[in-house]
Design a protein around this ligand. Sequence first.
Ligand code: CAA
Length: 382
Amino acid sequence: MDLGLSQEQEQLRDLARDWVEREVVPHVTEWDRAEQVDLKIVGKLAELGFLGLGIAEEFGGSGGDFLSYILMMEELGRGDTSVRGIVSVSLGLVAKSIQAYGTDAQKRQWLPGMCAGETLGCFGLTEPGTGSDAGSLTTRAVRDGDDWLITGEKIFITNGTWAGVVLVFARTGGPGPKGITAFLVPADAPGLTRREIKGKLGLRGQATAEMTFEGVRVSDANRLGREGGGFKIAMSALDKGRIAVASGSVGLARGCLEAAVAYAQERTQFGKPIASYQLVQEMLADMAVETDAARLLVWRAADLVDRGRPFGTEASMAKLFATESAVKASNQAIQVFGGYGYVDEFPVGKAMRDARVTTLYEGTSQIQKLLIGRALTGINAF
Ligand code: CAA
């Protein structure tokens, strides 16, 4: 068994690590306070090919395997979960769904601009009344000649107000997962309105939006995949998306560990660095072990993807463990920092607020447990 990385993978990881240190880390407090990352970061991500990793070169992408994408996610997550989210939603959930299910015309229409950072994508699944039970969504798309008219509400949509294209899931048939179809809707389509949600606990630099579709007209050429095939598109995007969230959470936890180790070595109390106290070392050791264990689960899931093997259950395990570990690591880092961890001059308070969402979005921890339980027993608890 080889747990090493190829030379290309190491180079990519190092490039991402250096870039995050230079272009992201110095700004995160300012962006968090302003509740807005500087959107110039999108162009910079694109310049490095980070918005096209895993997309074929003929559509403007930079190619590469899934593990490379996952390595980038860890580095972006180490810097800022809001920046990581821009990429994991626009590239991971939307562009990759277009690549997997789109027609040639759809790929040519959207992918070059998305890889170049000119157009961001957002993933319109969640609704005010539909979170974990995604198959019960109520947004409707009704046929009108060669067109569809889409009506409904979406909520908690990452990149929502920044996106140029919305991958929206709407009901075209009867109740349940089989009645759902996916559409690519230009964000400037008449009848589509978007509002940013303010007052979030974390992820403050990111645009998280509510969206209203009032008879939004799109042609049948905007349908992604077959009629009734939308739920499977959403689920297969989320299977991989969960590994990306997990990897970003490993990065977040690693950032907390690095900050806590450095602080514990420089902060003295009772005449000694606090790193010399066993109870502090215990916290650091717990963080280190859980972070590494989470990374191994992430890499296992990514490796299955690259080998074309089933990976859904392993993705759920990775997401469950890595996101819960990130919450714990950020909480322990605050404990190491003491009062200084409670103010935003230091990075760990923001990390805790950002970590908290990772156990909610792209499937809660409870959904991951039920998916793992279903795989173990064959019994569907939903
Ligand atoms: N890949 C492909 N197909 C899948 C699939 C997968 N991973 N999971 C299910 N399906 C298929 C099933 O095979 C089934 O098809 P058949 O009947 O043809 O066999 C069909 O879809 C229905 O599947 P289920 O019976 O499993 O559906 P369910 O209604 O029981 O729901 C669920 C399953 C796992 C609970 C699902 O609803 C789920 O994952 N919920 C969580 C939703 C979620 O993660 N939301 C995140 C929002 S998006 C977001 O957060 C993005 C953002 O902006 C950050």
